[in-house]
Design a protein. Structure first.
Length: 138
């Protein structure tokens, strides 16, 4: 089974959830022409995450950030704060949401639902650019 891999960087984003579907689609344009396959997206960071969710209404991304901030941030019992007060909350959010996705490729395109988009969850106040490894089997 043929395999193709590419590493891309997503420019620094503010804390929150960001649609990166177009970034992934643009990167796929450099892959060989593939009609059917499976794309794995792997995020090489422990303080950010990947997920698939609503791509039309930006209030969903705002609500996601509000929920995770309310649930995880500013706990007095955190010990791991070497890089600031957002350090441990970022690691927890990353573990809960995950750092990889598998998406089928059908007819040469991401086979996402009508309202689905790929989110990068930036969980640090100053996280910097993020590196993604895109791997395709076809």
């Amino acid at each position: 089974m043929p395999f193709f891999q590419k590493t891309i960087k997503i420019p620094s984003k503010q804390r929150g959830f960001h649609l990166i579907t177009r970034d992934i689609e643009n990167a796929l344009s450099s892959f060989p022409d593939v009609e059917t396959g499976m794309l794995n997206i792997f995020l090489k960071h422990t303080s950010a995450s990947l997920s698939i969710n609503e791509n039309a209404d930006p209030s969903v991304r705002t609500d996601m950030e509000s929920f995770f901030s309310d649930t995880v941030d500013d706990k007095p019992y955190y010990i791991h704060t070497y890089e600031g007060s957002d350090d441990m909350p970022a690691h927890i959010k990353s573990s809960v949401l995950g750092n990889s996705l598998n998406i089928p490729i059908t007819n040469g395109e991401l086979n996402l639902g009508t309202w689905q988009g790929i989110y990068l969850g930036e969980h640090r106040d100053n996280g910097g650019s993020r590196t993604l490894v895109l791997s395709m089997q076809y």
